[in-house]
Design a protein around this ligand. Sequence first.
Ligand code: NAD
Ligand code: UFG
Length: 337
Amino acid sequence: MPETVLVTGGAGYIGSHACVALLEAGYRVVALDNLSNSKREAIARIEEIAGASLVFEQVDLLDRAGLEALFRNHAPNAVIHFAGLKAVGESTEQPLRYWQNNVGGSAVLLDVMRRSGVRKLVFSSSCTVYGAPETLPLTEEAPLQTVNPYGRTKLAVEEMLRDLHASEPGWNISILRYFNPVGAHPSGMIGEDPLGIPNNLMPFITQVAVGQRERLSVFGGDYPTRDGTCIRDYIHVLDLVDGHLKALQWLEGKPGIGAHNLGTGQGQTVLEVVKGFERATGVSIPYDIVERRPGDAPAVFADPALARRELGWSAELGIDAMCADAWNWQQKNPSGY
Ligand code: NAD
Ligand code: UFG
């Protein structure tokens, strides 16, 4: 029997790409999502791309009875846990909602897992757990410090996982700290579909390119970087999900618990991303340099050496592929799903 993987947040941006990769690798996939930030259409598209079907359950992580029934009915062997709320600004306005959903939802999931005897987990963390870093590139040894409620919920779940692992033998847990996931499946059938005005750079750029927004505001031109704009480590979502498949294999070696950075190790400035997009797509992006956005660190990029060494993973795709695939998705789906 092939392994059955439960993907929480399976209709979301990264989860949908992970479902495709898992189906293509021969796993049975059970996707769970409450559709609070995604559309059911994503599930149909996953199946179309992969040429295989999955089980979809519209269940909220906070619905313990629903989750228990899902574990009883589908008996997953492992869980990849993407489900969560992720907007930094919103988390400062609605902190309790973030704590309840992200931390509370994870606590219910972990409890149902242990009662069902499932002790293999890959968790979506974020480089936000490093806060505003003092030394670059960031290794997993860097001090953990968070600067907003969203980041604190990610760190809290990491701590919960470390406590759980220490308290009970048999858990094998991979914590993956993502840098900046961008891009889309090359088919253009699934991709990032933000509600309302995008907070993140790449969806904003593609919406300008498609004519939905007039100009990009570049937040800050006076940072101590090579062109004055912030540096981030953008990573193609296909490379990112490949890291999850490698992490699942790593868990087979019963490593206990470990955290890995998933980034390319190459930082790009905001203006370099704009130029990269123009080069990859031939579409020009009008922009204005405006005030800094509060809370932005000047530069954040990964040292991905540990993931290379322990997971046998490294990112392959560069900024041109990230931009071309994001644009292909946006063009084929100008208003999202
Ligand atoms: P997303 O919003 O597209 O996907 C998350 C999915 O989880 C959504 O489909 C949403 O409906 C679902 N969900 C939320 N709360 C739920 C609940 N209580 N029960 C069931 N479903 C629920 O986000 P994404 O970009 O795919 O991110 C996936 C994970 O990766 C998140 O945990 C996020 O914090 C983390 N992450 C994302 C980024 C990024 O830039 N995209 C960076 C670092 C970490
Ligand atoms: N930026 C602009 N204009 C925009 C949007 C963004 O100039 O319209 C700039 C930002 O100032 C930043 C860079 O583009 O310098 C990247 O911004 P994003 O919002 O795309 O990404 P962040 O690095 O700020 O944050 C993202 C997620 C967080 C997550 C973090 C680390 O939004 O949830 O990556 O994983 F915590």
